[in-house]
Design a protein around this ligand. Sequence first.
Ligand SMILES: *Cc1c(COP(=O)(O)O)cnc(C)c1O
Length: 357
Amino acid sequence: MIGRPRAAVAALPAYRPGKAAAQAEAEHGISGAIKLASNETPWPPVPSVAAAIAEAAAGVNRYADHRAGALRAALAASMGIDESAVTVGCGSAGLLQQLCLTYVDPGDEVVYPWRSFEVYPVFTRLAGGVPVTVPLVDHAFDLDAVAAAVTPRTKLVFLASPNNPTGTAVSAEALDRFLSKVDPGTLVVIDEAYREFNDPELGDPVTDVVPRHDHCAVLRTFSKAHGLAGLRVGYMIAHPEVVASVDKTLVPFAVNAIAQAAAIAAIGAADEILERVATLEAERLRVVAALDAAGHDFPRPHANFVWLPFGERTDDLSLSLERRGVVVRPFPGEGLRVTIGTAEENDRFLRTLAEVL
Ligand SMILES: *Cc1c(COP(=O)(O)O)cnc(C)c1O
């Protein structure tokens, strides 16, 4: 092998992102395909954010502010927390990689329920860590089993709530109880990429859990509800010591100037963005009702997607949908994850699914 990649890297499969509509069109010789495969927002950025992006783009001959000081301040103010308790990264995926770099030595364990977000095993292995997975029960987390899997070798626990791809969520109260059982030598990371779509009755880990447990970190992102997936900016709320350690691992200027400006503008446009979230939540209700009426059995969604556990039929169904121009995300042999899009896109998905079945 040229240059002899590390064994951990050679053994890794390449990351497979959701397929672009254009790629499906080329593969199947079709046109007008829609992508419901990556949990993106279907609309372009709101006007004030688009304007901030254009303005920042004019200044990219300069390096960005590495610390993203203005964005940290805006985030801290928006959540009513101290600036020292928040940091930003190149997407929350970037922060997940930084967390592994920060805490995981070769042989250390990283515990997470499975199935969950696909980068958890990748970043764990890249750091030389040992993934310890805990099976889902009825598509949801069994937090007692997760707590039982934690050992003195466990450096990190990853809990995606709502979970990707099953859409189930755990309450702040359940997280608080879980944190009480985990030794402070293990950092528990609550990955809330879909925070804005979640049921508010489940509580808020930033106000209800982090202040009570120094070994709890919360990840959030501008990629999903805020519609900035292409710009790569996520953030972490945690104890200042955790923030300071994780900050040491950020690639210089990894959160670029356009992303910082767009995120600040998005915080300013929160009302407009939350209206869009409400529209998607109404669509989610409608899609769930239609799938229920068609007799499908699936967990109640808490994010901007639905999980349809088709098992062995998954691969065939995904291909049939794709040939008809509806690109969803298959998890081979397990199920389909389908993003909630515009009303027209959702109707097309529901119609096409009924056809292929
Ligand atoms: C989409 C997603 C992310 C990644 O978001 P970025 O901020 O775009 O990196 C993180 N966690 C989960 C569970 C996700 O589904």
